[in-house]
Design a protein around this ligand. Structure first.
Ligand code: MEV
Length: 314
């Protein structure tokens, strides 16, 4: 049996715009998804997690299922296709990343599954290839997806993701961040579709908003590298995400409460529609956490990890 794990994430800048080729800035969260993979003698694929369990066969994997394990099944199918080899598997999943929260649970389970299944079949894929397969999983399940979440789950640290160039850059930066989880689960696909429809209806206006998010993300990268405070740019980014229609009243209340309690900036993070917000807290962390909790969110201090996908001792 092989166990692999991969981290969740918080998007610092650029969500949604990155789907249209603009860059994003993203950090790996010290909350991981663990996947155990063991081959079986028959051709069954058994998957077990806190969400429940599922049994299918190797032949059924590629179907367009809507079930809770669609990311895992597609990840296994893509590994089989890449290795030109298949087998029955017992897959067991544990995760510290809350599902459908904007913290990258789907990417972390896809990436950890790709590593665990390929290693159990005796093949060491390099990280670039793991990230690319992970991106294909998200494209297959969601229809459209940027490489942001799957890249950060693979490489860890803080990344500047450039989808047009098909490149990622590691950024060396120390950030103090508070995350506030609304407890509201939402679908990334639904929110990405909503922005797409708005863009189709108002191409000029929404095109400008998307390009402005790209510009501020590039500026934020330069400022972070220089060690400057990017709080104000976070506030602007939140305003533009509100304009795209992906914030909620609760998210925006938590964002404003965090700023009032002394955060240097705050914004929603991920697809929006519920999920999470982040606040930059070089100081006033406890006060910010109390203010965010006061808006019905559950706050935690976010630790950024350098560890992307990795094998665990078994
Ligand atoms: C989801 O974590 C971030 C979005 O930008 C979608 C994507 O990048 O695929 C909303």
């Amino acid at each position: 049996m092989v166990t692999a794990s991969a981290p969740g994430k918080v998007i610092l800048f650029g969500e949604h715009a990155v789907v249209y080729g603009e860059p994003s800035l993203v950090a790996a969260l010290d909350k991981r998804t663990y996947v155990d993979a063991a081959t079986r003698e028959d051709n069954k694929i058994n998957i077990v997690s806190a969400l429940g369990s599922d049994t299918s066969t190797v032949g059924e994997l590629r179907g367009d299922t809507e079930d809770d394990f669609r990311y895992v099944k597609r990840a296994i199918a893509l590994v089989f296709e890449r290795l030109n080899e298949s087998a029955g598997f017992d897959i067991s999943i544990r995760s510290d990343v809350p599902p459908a929260s904007g913290l990258g649970s789907s990417a972390s389970v896809s990436i950890a599954t790709i590593m665990a299944v390929s290693e159990e079949l005796g093949v060491k894929l390099d990280r670039k290839e793991i990230a690319e397969l992970g991106h294909k999983v998200e494209l297959g399940v969601q229809g459209s997806a940027s490489p942001t979440d799957t890249s950060i789950s693979t490489f860890g640290g803080v990344l500047f993701v450039k989808p047009k160039e098909n490149e990622v850059e590691q950024i060396e930066v120390d950030l103090s961040l508070v995350v506030g989880y609304t407890g509201v689960e939402r679908s990334t696909k639904f929110l990405v579709d909503r922005v797409r429809r708005l863009r189709e209806e108002y191409p000029d206006i929404v095109g400008h908003l998307i390009r402005d998010i790209g510009k501020l993300t590039r500026e934020a990268k330069h400022m972070l590298v220089r060690g400057d405070d990017v709080g104000m740019l976070m506030n602007v980014n939140h305003g533009l995400l509100e304009a795209l229609g992906v914030s909620t009243e609760q998210l925006s209340r938590a964002v404003y409460a965090a700023r009032q309690a002394g955060a240097s900036g705050a914004k929603l993070t991920g697809a929006g529609g519920g999920g999470c917000m982040i606040a930059l807290t070089p100081k006033n962390q406890d006060a910010v956490m109390r203010a965010v909790d006061g808006c019905g969110c559950k706050s935690f201090y976010s630790v950024i990890t350098r560890d992307g996908v990795r094998l665990e001792e078994t």
